[in-house]
Design a protein around this ligand. Structure first.
Ligand code: I3P
Length: 128
């Protein structure tokens, strides 16, 4: 249908609300600051948007709002990171440039889906 998420962009793989904190920048450790973030996996990038509030996967449209930041997934690494937080269902994403993020959801199935989808993009880029 014209309203489906898939038709907005062929590269839009996934979008949703996760808790996020950046923990390193270029290998330098940062102080944690957890915030909800609207996360969009599009093409080779993970894109973060602020203030997701009323957004839902079906209503989000690219171009609605300006990204807060974006991460190139080429050469990135994912690992489960429950030891790095008092929160549960946490994984760490490390970019090739040494930026590190923790992403978390209280919903285990949801964070597992994200992990799997991001890992498959990383694997695809590794094969290119
Ligand atoms: C941090 C804050 C974070 C916590 C972090 C604390 O304190 O409570 O939520 O991480 O733990 O240091 P502050 O607000 O004073 O910076 P988690 O929620 O992921 O546990 P950490 O230092 O053990 O990473």
């Amino acid at each position: 249908s014209p309203d489906s998420t898939d038709s907005l962009s062929p590269e839009l793989e996934k979008a949703g609300l996760l808790n996020k904190t950046k923990i390193a920048e270029g290998g330098r450790k940062l102080r944690k600051n957890w915030n909800p973030s609207w996360v969009v996996l599009v093409g080779n990038s993970l894109v973060f948007f602020k203030d997701p509030k009323s957004q839902t996967p079906s209503s989000w449209k690219p171009g609605n709002s300006r990204p807060e930041s974006s991460v190139d997934l080429r050469g990135a690494q994912l690992q489960w990171a429950d030891a790095l937080s008092s929160r549960k269902n946490v994984f760490k994403l490390r970019t090739i440039t040494g930026n590190e993020f923790l992403l978390q959801s209280d919903t285990e199935s949801l964070i597992k889906e994200w992990y799997g989808t991001i890992q498959s993009v990383i694997n695809r880029l590794d094969r290119e």
